[in-house]
Structure formats: structure tokens, C-alpha cells
Design a protein around this ligand. Structure first.
Ligand SMILES: Cc1ncc(COP(=O)(O)O)c(C=O)c1O
Length: 399
């Protein structure tokens, strides 16, 4: 653990708001920091695309800088980007959207922060699939809300049973969090699942907060059910996405939130008190991403699909790992036998073989025996990693 992590988590200095204790030691940082001190490490741990940002997007950003586009934009976002997003989502979801339905944020991360912290309060309950992206539960808890987990399993492709979600709703439930395709599992929810949950939530007056940052990374020509295409109006939905994963723009920090105009008005005010506006030149880059040639997206999808297929084969050949076929994003979350501590396995794998993976407990409580593999890396790296993992696993005794 770096000195910084140690200070933050162990300090008894009363200056810190106790709510910060809800933020767990970040499992990913811990592994990546340890890997940084080692040689010859193969990373299956990276959560960002390895493809370059499309050149026309870089060019539009540079052009914006050269043209002096370095001031603040309007608080909801660059008007040209809001228009482009409204048109783009209107076409994709078959639903007329106006720029007033959209708020541009500093990555999807800010949109998630705004949505969860604006709704979470003591006594309020949030339904969250487990495992899930590590931001949701701490942000809910930091603001006094409670998390009700719905566990999902590798043997079931980590699919969410909509009836289980509906049965978990009670009088204190304020929102259901969805993330399809999912980080860490790569699971894509079928349309029936999303429709059933969204319709029941609307009927009960509960919000569905849907993190759709991987919405373009879908394999095997599967249908993608965005919450936007499954709701009859926007009154109870907040849909979040960004340019980070689809266009390899993670460091450019532009995301957005789509909701009813009333919700956007409220969140705009909150946004002015958090980051003010998103990065201006990179918003111009975003306009170019939406309006320019998008063939780069199908190219990366076909590359990820080949890697996914190879990873699924290699996991199948590995003793003790229970795999499945992830349908989206660039992650797989295979399970070790019940009761095995994934954290120990990830640490030993790193120390003894130099392969860096992320332990399941980074993503919740129900999958402590899992490992997250990212395939945002070349097939050669994936194969080299398994040349180390398979013989190592063969020597283990998890009985
Ligand atoms: C599910 C999920 N949501 C949100 C984010 C953050 O996206 P952004 O870079 O747009 O803030 C990530 C990044 O890993 C993610 O995996």
C-alpha cells in the first residue's frame, strides 16, 4: 500500500469526515501499486481501452485549443455537444430527446457521483447488483443510504433475475442501480430483464439509475437494451454514459447524464457546485466523435470479441476456474471454488507468476472467490498470462 493510502485509511485525525470510512481501500490501486514495484508483470487488470483515441477526435480537440476554446462552457455543457448527444441518442433509442434532457459531466464518474449523492440520504435504500462497479455502494453509504445487494453468479452468466430485484423492493427503496454491460462481469441484460425492472420501478415511483458506459462494446450482434429504449417516459430514469470506453477517451473526462428536464435542472445546480463544467476542448473532441466517422467503434468491437473468445477458451482450460461467456465490455469474472479467498489468490498470482488480476472482493461481498480479468490487452498478452496461470493453478490444492 502506498504511503498515501495508508494515511488516508489509518489516520485517526479527527479532521476527516467519518463518512470517508465508507470508501474501501481500492483493491485495484493496491494490486497495480504492488505490480509497479515488480518486473515482467502481465496486466489483466486494466480498466481502460488500449486502442488509441481516433485521430479526428484528437484533431478536433487540438483545433479547439488553438481556436481559444479554453474558457468555461454553459453549465449544462457545450451547446454543440448537447445537440449532438440529443440527436445521437434520439436515433439510437427511437425517443425524441431535447438538449434539456442532458447534462455534460466530467466523465461518467461525475454523473454517477451527482446521481447517487443527490438521491441518497439516511433511511433510503438502494438496490445494487453484487458484484458491481466499486463506486456505487460507497457513494450511497457516504450519504447515509443503505445498499441492498442482489448477488449474481458465474454459473448463471452473472445475469440478474428481474423477479429477485422486484421482490427486494420495499417502502424505503429509492433507486435501482443497473450497469449493462457490467464491470466486472461483462454481462449484458436482455431486453425483458431491463423492461421488467424499469416498468415495475416506474409503477412504484422508484428511480432506475443506469450506468451504460460500455453500451457500444457488445458482441455477437446482440440486441442492446438501453434503459432509454425500455421506459415509457424519463420520469424515473437517469442514464449515464461517457466517451471513455467507446472512443478510448478515458483521460479526456467527458461524460453525461440523461434524465427528465426537471431532474436535469436540479442536477445542473449541483454540478455547478462540484466541477462547474466539463473540459471544454475535450467536449469539442466529443462532438467530432459523435459526428465524424464511427467505423473505429466497430473495429474495436471486433478486436475485443476475438480477445474475449480466446480468454473464454483459456479460462475453460484452467483448473479451478468456472467461466462463462461475457457478452460485453472487456471483462470476465470467473469464479474459484466456493470458499477460496480470491484476494489471496490474486496476491499470490501476482507475486508468484507476475500476472496482475483484480480480486472479486473489490466489487462487493458476494464474489470473494472470483477474479476479474480484463481483456483490454493484446491476445499475445492474454496467452502469455495463461502460460503462467494454468501451470500455477495445476499446483494448487483448493480442496
Ligand atoms: C461501470 C463503469 N462506470 C463508470 C466508469 C467511469 O467512466 P468515466 O471514465 O467516464 O468516468 C467506469 C470506468 O472504469 C466503469 O467501469
Amino acid at each position: 500500500m502506498s504511503r498515501l493510502d495508508f494515511d488516508f485509511y489509518e489516520s485517526e485525525d479527527p479532521v476527516w469526515n467519518p463518512a470517508l470510512l465508507t470508501i474501501p481501500v481500492p483493491g485495484i490501486r493496491k494490486m497495480v501499486n504492488m505490480a509497479a514495484s515488480m518486473e515482467d508483470v502481465i496486466h489483466l487488470s486494466i480498466g481502460q481501452p488500449d486502442a488509441p483515441t481516433p485521430p479526428h477526435v484528437v484533431q478536433a480537440t487540438v483545433d479547439a485549443l488553438n481556436a481559444g476554446q479554453t474558457g468555461y462552457t454553459m453549465d449544462a455543457g457545450l451547446p454543440e455537444l448537447l445537440d449532438a448527444l440529443a440527436e445521437y441518442y434520439g436515433e439510437r433509442s427511437g425517443r425524441a430527446l431535447s438538449p434539456e434532457n442532458i447534462l455534460v459531466t466530467t466523465g461518467a464518474t461525475e454523473a454517477i457521483y451527482l446521481a447517487l449523492t443527490a438521491v441518497s440520504a439516511p433511511g433510503r435504500e438502494f438496490i445494487v447488483p453484487d458484484p458491481s462497479f466499486m463506486l456505487y455502494a460507497p457513494l450511497i453509504r457516504m450519504n447515509g443510504g443503505e445498499v441492498k445487494c442482489i448477488p449474481t453468479r458465474a454459473e448463471n452468466n452473472h445475469q440478474l433475475d428481474p423477479q429477485e430485484v422486484i421482490d427486494a423492493i420495499d417502502t424505503n427503496t429509492h433507486a435501482i442501480i443497473l450497469n449493462s454491460p457490467s464491470n466486472p462481469t461483462g454481462t449484458v441484460y436482455p431486453r425483458e430483464t431491463v423492461e421488467t425492472i424499469v416498468q415495475e420501478a416506474a409503477y412504484r415511483g422508484i428511480y432506475v439509475i443506469s450506468d451504460e458506459v460500455y453500451d457500444h462494446l457488445i458482441y455477437d450482434d446482440r440486441d442492446y437494451a438501453s434503459v432509454l429504449s425500455c421506459c415509457s417516459d424519463l420520469d424515473h430514469v437517469m442514464v449515464i454514459s461517457s466517451f471513455s470506453k467507446t472512443f478510448s477517451m478515458a483521460g479526456m473526462r467527458v461524460g453525461w447524464l440523461i434524465a427528465s428536464q426537471g431532474a436535469i435542472r436540479k442536477l445542473r445546480r449541483y454540478h455547478m457546485f462540484t466541477t462547474t463544467v466539463a473540459n471544454t476542448p475535450c467536449q469539442w473532441g466529443g462532438v467530432a466523435a459523435l459526428k465524424g466517422d464511427r467505423s473505429c467503434v466497430s473495429e474495436v468491437v471486433s478486436t475485443y470479441k476475438k480477445r474475449r473468445n480466446r480468454l473464454v477458451e483459456l479460462v475453460d482450460e484452467t483448473p479451478f476456474l468456472e467461466g462463462y461467456v461475457p457478452e460485453g465490455a472487456f471483462y470476465m469474472f470467473p469464479a474459484l471454488p466456493e470458499g477460496v479467498n480470491g484476494n489471496n489468490v490474486a496476491l499470490r498470482l501476482l507475486r508468484e507468476t507476475g500476472v496482475c488480476t483484480i480480486a472479486g472482493d473489490t466489487f462487493g461481498e458476494s464474489s470473494r472467490n472470483a477474479l476479474r480479468f480484463s481483456y483490454a490487452t493484446s491476445i499475445e498478452n492474454i496467452e502469455r498470462a495463461f502460460e503462467r496461470i494454468i501451470p500455477w493453478m495445476e499446483k494448487q490444492d483448493f480442496g
